[in-house]
Write a protein that binds this ligand. Structure first.
Ligand code: NAG
Ligand code: NAG
Ligand code: NAG
Ligand code: NAG
Ligand code: NAG
Ligand code: NAG
Ligand code: NAG
Ligand code: NAG
Length: 364
């Protein structure tokens, strides 16, 4: 077994390996070193934030909001008991039922831990490193909070909280554009010839603007896995976008391109449930990439924290992560789309993942 921090670091780095098969290893190593340096600098900047009055006040408000949300979601699902029943469960199952916030800070929670304690944790600020956008970004998706579209899987309400890395203040009115594969590893919006859901499908994709507390929330489901990748979802953060009347946006300056991950115990537990366990694509663990661990020198924490709504995973999860943003950054050149979704259907970007927005078939 390797240390948890190394695992986190390795996972954060994996996308660089698999998203560009055949890419020069030395170039990748050089980029990793650069990213480690940038990350260390940003971590120093962030750590000055942690004890600020702004951060404390934000934390208190976030704790109250998340506790209320959990109560609301539990009520909606008619969940009345929060107690773990301790009978007839093997160790693996019990671990999977343990209500634990991803325990980076060595805090383990049980189903009986008061919400105030869970959400009052100091472990709330993650610096999600810039990563590759990958081959499945589709522009033109709808601004909507519920991106489920009837897909089957473990329900997941996810809160992305954006804070200004330099002031620790929440960032309102930035746009989080998210996408992930379904329980059996299929992306919408991408041509079926590649085994994906088709250009006209839009499931598990959507956009939300952050509110005055800097929070963008989505109702989705826990992602499945696909070839050569550990379970994750994608996130692009934009500012200065142009809103369209049909609840889409164009343009914008890209503040962040990232991927968010889930701790191993949670991934394992979900993968054991139906329909995740019907996925025939081989599961990829970070261990296959053992050599990367040697490059992993520091403290990336791309894992979301979460609580289960009950001891039954099918009842769903509330997950959250705080993403620190450098408002002066501009990653627009990294925003490469595979397709654009129009009122007339999806259109693949020719020579895809080279990133130029496709010409608009609506414009004449
Ligand atoms: C997670 O929490 C448990 C219980 O406190 C602890 O034994 C374990 O060491 C923690 N794991 C890590 C990696 O901190
Ligand atoms: C969080 O950090 C503050 C200041 O460092 C400390 O006073 C407080 O007890 C911590 N809270 C928890 C829940 O650990
Ligand atoms: C972002 O784009 C720049 C410039 O094209 C490139 O050097 C860099 O590697 C890209 N970063 C990522 C994480 O893909
Ligand atoms: C989201 O939409 C799905 C239908 O696609 C629905 O079953 C589900 O209840 C909705 N989730 C919430 C939290 O409203
Ligand atoms: C994932 O999407 C594909 C393509 O639309 C579909 O065939 C499959 O049933 C979906 N998986 C689940 C678990 O719904
Ligand atoms: C915002 O976008 C507009 C074009 O839509 C551009 O003219 C302006 O310079 C942008 N502002 C910033 C601060 O990027
Ligand atoms: C939304 O409106 C824009 C601008 O009119 C248009 O180009 C696009 O096709 C529309 N998208 C959808 C999904 O209706
Ligand atoms: C997508 O839908 C549009 C409009 O309904 C249709 O013209 C187009 O053929 C569809 N594309 C695919 C790939 O099915």
């Amino acid at each position: 077994m390797v240390g948890f921090k190394s695992l986190a670091a390795a996972i954060a780095i994996i996308p660089l390996v698999f998203s560009h098969p055949g890419e020069n290893v030395e170039a990748m190593k050089a980029e990793m070193i650069k990213r480690n340096e940038q990350h260390a600098a940003a971590t120093r900047s962030l750590s000055q934030c942690q004890d600020s009055p702004q951060a404390s006040a934000l934390k208190a408000r976030s704790a109250a909001r998340r506790a209320a949300k959990v109560t609301e979601l539990r009520q909606k699902r008619g969940i009345t008991t929060r107690s773990l029943s301790h009978q007839k469960r093997d160790l693996t199952a019990l671990e999977s039922w343990t209500l634990q916030s991803h325990n980076m800070s060595s805090e383990a929670y049980t189903l009986d831990t008061p919400e105030a304690t869970i959400f009052g944790s100091n472990n709330t600020c993650a610096l999600v490193p810039e990563t590759t956008i990958g081959p499945y970004y589709v522009t033109g998706e709808s601004i909507r909070s519920n991106i489920t579209e009837g897909q089957a899987g473990v329900p997941m309400h996810i809160e992305l909280q954006f804070v200004d890395m330099n002031t620790c203040e929440p960032i309102p009115e930035i746009f989080a554009d998210v996408w992930h594969c379904n329980a059996t590893g299929v992306y919408s919006g991408i041509d079926t010839s590649e085994g994906e859901g088709g250009l006209n499908s839009t499931f598990l994709r959507g956009v939300q603007s952050s509110d005055e507390e800097g929070v963008a929330a989505f109702d989705s489901l826990f992602p499945g896995h696909y070839d050569s990748r550990i379970t994750h979802f994608h996130l692009v953060v934009q500012t200065n976008v142009t809103l369209q009347e049909n609840s889409t946006y164009t343009g914008g300056k890209t503040l962040h391109v990232g991927q968010v991950y889930f701790e191993d115990a949670l991934v394992e537990a979900v993968e054991a449930t139906t329909p995740y366990n019907t996925n025939t694509i081989e599961f990829t663990t970070w261990e296959v990439d053992g050599w990367m661990l040697e490059e992993a020198t520091n403290d990336y924490d791309p894992f979301v924290e979460y609580v289960q709504l009950s001891d039954n995973l099918d009842d769903g999860l509330l997950a959250w992560i705080t993403v620190a943003i450098d408002l002066s950054s501009d990653h627009s050149t990294n925003l490469t789309a595979a397709a654009h979704y129009y009122s007339t259907g999806g259109v693949a970007v020719s020579g895809s993942s080279k990133g130029l927005p496709p010409s608009n078939p609506n414009a004449s």
